[in-house]
Design a protein around this ligand. Structure first.
Ligand code: DGY
Length: 326
């Protein structure tokens, strides 16, 4: 009997594919950074039993309608807003992701971004490299404190909680807003649940870690930024689509808020002429939240195991639409 066909849409660590290759015919799109062209992806999807996808692949209605043999989509990310999960569920296709293994790494990056933005680390490093450092001066590149300030976390899931844990080390007051109360974060980290409005009005650091859904899409508008403190710093390590970027740019230019640290953008990758990059109070990163070698290896292994499990008829470790298995 021929082995089921699995298409991997980007080069991933070879070691993560060993078990998968024993049971499936695996084809890997041979590029490290260039996404598979849409037409090729559609063709591969037509015969695939498993798709091992990246957050840059749009797994939409058109693709799912052509994927007659598809049983599992394993996304190499905790986020899955690139996949039409409802449609996949209707067709009985398992949608899997890579939660937990990346929480601490993403929280590290989120906190690093917060620190880099508040203490102007990138600007300062650039300043010295450009030979501009002539003398010590009392307010030279002075940033703003982190310790004892208020952090407001939107999205108190695993990553949000890991960020909150880091904030306790800085003796910060921790506010959060979430779809539901996170009692563990309240009890163990002293986090306080507040309304979205209170979160944005009271926080010195507004940190967005909520997943992108119909409720959060375009959530951060000019009105929202205007309600923040003028000294507030906005951090986004979730998805760019949650922020209306023109409104953020306007708010930054008008000094409605003090700065922004962004790991994600509406259109990725952004180009060097993107207006956000011209602002000195913006620290921009190329969507590297979970990008440590250890974590990317763990994510790749989990994505692979998710496919193996579905093909074997076992419950995958991380399934988004678990209901379809009942
Ligand atoms: C995720 O897992 O959703 C991240 O954005 C990838 O780093």
């Amino acid at each position: 009997m021929s082995k089921p066909f699995v298409f991997v849409t980007r080069q991933v660590p070879e070691v993560s594919l060993t078990a998968l290759k024993e049971m499936a015919e695996v084809e890997v799109w041979p590029e490290k950074e260039t996404p598979v062209p849409r037409e090729i992806l559609l063709k591969k999807a037509e015969k695939a039993v498993g798709l091992y996808t990246m957050l840059t692949d749009s797994i939409d209605e058109e693709l799912l309608n052509r994927a007659a043999n598809l049983k599992v989509i394993a996304n190499l990310a905790v986020g899955f807003d690139n996949i039409d999960v409802d449609m996949a569920s209707e067709k009985g296709i398992a949608v899997c992701n890579t939660p937990e293994v990346l929480s601490d790494t993403t929280a590290d990056l989120t906190f690093a971004l917060l620190m880099a933005t508040s203490r102007r680390i990138v600007e300062a490093a650039q300043y010295i490299k450009e030979g501009k450092w002539n003398n010590w001066a009392p307010l030279l590149l002075a940033g703003t404190d982190i310790h004892h300030k208020t952090i407001g976390i939107l999205g108190m899931g695993r990553i949000g909680s890991a960020v909150a844990k880091r904030a306790t080390g800085f003796e910060m007051e921790i506010l959060y807003h979430n779809r539901s109360h996170n009692e563990k974060a309240e009890k163990e980290l002293g986090a306080t649940f507040v309304s979205f409005d209170e979160l944005i009005e009271r926080s010195d650091y507004v940190v967005c870690l909520a997943p992108m859904t119909d409720d959060t899409k375009d959530l951060f508008t000019y009105d929202v930024f205007e309600k923040m403190k003028r000294s507030a710093i906005f951090i986004n390590a979730s998805r760019g689509g949650i922020v209306v970027e023109e409104d953020l740019i306007k708010a930054l230019k008008e000094e409605k808020i003090a700065g922004a640290g962004l790991d994600v953008f509406r259109q990725e990758p952004i180009t060097t002429d993107h207006p956000l990059l011209s602002l000195s109070n913006v620290v921009a990163l190329p969507h590297i939240g979970s990008a440590s070698i250890e974590t990317r290896l763990a994510m790749a292994a989990l994505a692979s195991r998710n496919i193996v499990n579905v093909i074997k008829g076992d419950r995958p470790e991380a399934i988004v639409n678990g209901d379809i298995l009942k």
